[in-house]
Design a protein. Structure first.
Length: 232
């Protein structure tokens, strides 16, 4: 009985330690990455082990074309400048879709994707979603909208072995991220749902059509793109 009690106490301490680590580590990473650029992400490591290359060059937000910044918001998260990490309208639509018996398409915001990219692994499992939900409001609280965009646009997977705007611009169009035209920016943004299968430089009819929609939406968003402007 005494041995079982000792084992139970050890197991309880171990589980408590794991819970504390799961809560503290993400917060610590959010604090650090407010000031320090993430050197690598879990997804990059996974792809390296799968035999892929790693092309990435970090550039500050003011060296990324505003056309790309706005196109990504238009493509991925129309209410990015307004929400606090979660798009309530999109979440409600997803719930309605599920209640109607259809398959939800996802309501992930740019902030949620940034949280996932800097610390978490690919997938849709519950544990990953819980940690992502824990990190998202902390990122919104501790980082500016410009910092969120800067980190996201430097670490997001934009093709096999390609991470971030600079690597994608160089690979697809032979120019820097700052030099991207509205068309080129919209083509890159159009591939983000599946950058490993879709190409910005040799766009399919789907990518071309989505790029046109993104350009129209960018023109329509107006003040909803205000936070994409660099701070003075």
């Amino acid at each position: 009985m005494g041995t079982r009690f000792v084992m139970f106490r050890r197991l309880r301490r171990l589980l408590l330690g794991l819970v504390i680590a799961a809560l503290v580590l993400p917060t610590l990473m959010v604090v650090v990455y407010r000031f320090v650029d993430p050197p690598i992400t879990p997804l990059m490591v996974i792809r390296l082990f799968e035999g892929e290359s790693l092309e990435q060059e970090w550039v500050p937000l003011d060296r990324i074309s505003s056309h790309l910044v706005k196109a990504v918001i238009a493509a991925e998260d129309n209410h990015f400048c307004e929400h606090l990490g979660f798009d309530e309208e999109a979440l409600w639509r997803e719930i309605q879709t599920w209640m109607d018996g259809d398959r939800p398409r996802g309501a992930s915001t740019i902030t949620m994707q940034t949280a996932k990219n800097i610390l978490l692994w690919p997938g849709r499992d519950l544990a990953r979603k819980v940690v992502e939900a824990w990190m998202t409001p902390q990122i919104e609280l501790m980082w500016s909208k410009q910092r969120i965009l800067e980190v996201y646009l430097n670490i997001a997977e934009m093709g096999p072995g390609l991470y971030g705007a600079e690597a994608a611009a160089l690979a697809y169009f032979g120019k820097t991220a700052r030099q991207l035209s509205p068309l080129e920016a919209s083509l890159i943004a159009a591939t983000l749902p599946n950058p490993r299968e879709l190409s910005a430089s040799s766009p399919s009819s789907y990518v071309s059509g989505r790029a046109r929609k993104i350009r129209r939406r960018t023109d329509q968003l107006g003040p909803l793109l205000d936070c994409a402007r660099p701070t003075e």
